[in-house]
Design a protein around this ligand. Structure first.
Ligand SMILES: [Zn+2]
Length: 201
């Protein structure tokens, strides 16, 4: 599709396809499409092939140090694309974004199998550590961050945290499958359950 730069868009409006551009600030990936998260003006970084939106209204601003909770919707190599639904300045008071935004998360250490850190459909808790090139770069390096909910890859049940050989892993109560993750201490916590329950309310 032809991209219209400097035109105004409303939340949810189609901007481009993911084969054409990267999803920048105030946009999110929906299937193969990049959409706007806010009411604003479409901007394009042609050098880096990034499409983003300059908001016209005072939307919740996701910037350096903002803590977020979102779903890993896709993996590209070891990178995870995260659909961000919640944002917090202090990790205590959470705001639900009216329209989700997309960020990119990186493994906090060198891995050969990224599924031992996070996987598609996992809910993760992270912090924005960079907005370089107008992309929201997320980190889960610090102890408090990581996966806060994951589903069993075999039966789809929510997995719970258990200890095995001195380390924390995830276990499915239905089929007993176990999986590794970079697990956040907030995994399965009341605040996470409440937020995820209220996601689409
Ligand atoms: Zn299972």
């Amino acid at each position: 599709m032809s991209v219209k730069e400097n035109v105004s868009v409303t939340p949810g409006e189609k901007l481009a396809y993911i084969e054409e551009f990267l999803s920048g600030e105030n946009t999110y990936v929906d299937g193969d499409t990049i959409r706007s998260s806010v009411e604003g003006i479409v901007k394009v970084d042609w050098v880096n092939r990034i499409i983003y939106v300059k908001p016209v209204k005072n939307a919740i601003r996701l910037g350096l140090g903002t803590q977020v909770i979102g779903t890993i919707i896709n993996l590209s190599g070891v990178f995870g694309y995260v659909k961000i639904f919640f944002a917090s300045k202090d990790g205590k008071t959470w705001n639900r974004l009216k329209y989700p935004q997309t960020g990119v998360v990186y493994p906090p250490y060198r891995v050969t199998d990224v599924s031992k850190v996070y996987s598609v459909k996992d809910e993760i808790y992270g912090i924005i550590v960079s907005t370089k090139n107008r992309i929201l770069h997320l980190s889960i390096r610090d102890r408090e961050y990581g996966v806060v909910k994951a589903l069993c890859k075999y039966c789809g049940e929510t997995m719970h945290v258990t200890k095995q050989d001195g380390r924390f892993i995830l276990k499915c109560g239905i089929c007993q499958n176990t999986q590794f993750r970079k697990i956040s201490p907030l995994y399965g916590s009341a605040i996470v359950k409440k937020l995820l329950y209220n996601r689409y309310q």
